[in-house]
Design a protein. Structure first.
Length: 173
């Protein structure tokens, strides 16, 4: 877990990797683990992830339909299909894991099904608590990576990299 960082004046700063390269990472409010920008980004990602998840499903349906119409039963496009399936799986897995953290540490009942909307709604309800948790920077970074990767997959601009995928813009040439 990342936890909070401190600047030279011993003031708490945001420890999200989204500030890597920033000369002066932003300070955080008392009791928080994320700066306001990262907290807002987490909220935006929680709102956007269900749409990205559904767009990936739509992409799979369209690719399947187009291949059937064309009579294409070969392996062409299999890598992209595998990539889309993997990011959808990663999205559900990461969100479910964070729901598990909330239920385990807060003693609350979690979502009653593994659906994208239930998971993101649950996390949104507990967002204030999550931004105070020492793992908040990891939460912010993982959601940002999921959203970014899903957008890249939807643009077909990806290259496999483990269970997540590296955008072409980050590839070494």
């Amino acid at each position: 877990m990342a936890g909070i960082g401190y600047n030279q004046r011993d003031e708490p700063i945001c420890a999200s990797r989204q500030h890597d390269g920033d000369r002066l990472p932003p300070r955080v409010a008392a009791g928080r683990q994320l700066c306001i920008r990262c907290r807002n980004q987490v909220e935006e990602n929680l709102v956007e992830l269900p749409a990205l998840y559904e767009l990936c499903a739509h992409m799979l349906d369209m690719r399947h339909h187009i291949r059937e119409q064309a009579g294409d039963h070969g392996a062409r496009g299999t890598e992209l299909t595998d990539t889309v399936v993997a990011i959808r799986s990663d999205i559900l897995g990461v969100l479910a894991s964070w729901c598990g953290l909330v239920t385990g540490e807060r003693g609350v009942t979690g979502p009653d099904e593994l659906s994208i909307r239930r998971l993101t709604s649950f996390l949104a309800i507990h967002l204030s608590w999550l931004t105070e948790h020492t793992a908040a920077p990891d939460f912010a970074d993982e959601l940002a990576e999921l959203a970014s990767t899903a957008r890249d997959v939807l643009r077909h601009d990806i290259e496999p990299r483990g269970s997540m995928f590296e955008p072409a813009s980050r590839r070494e040439t």
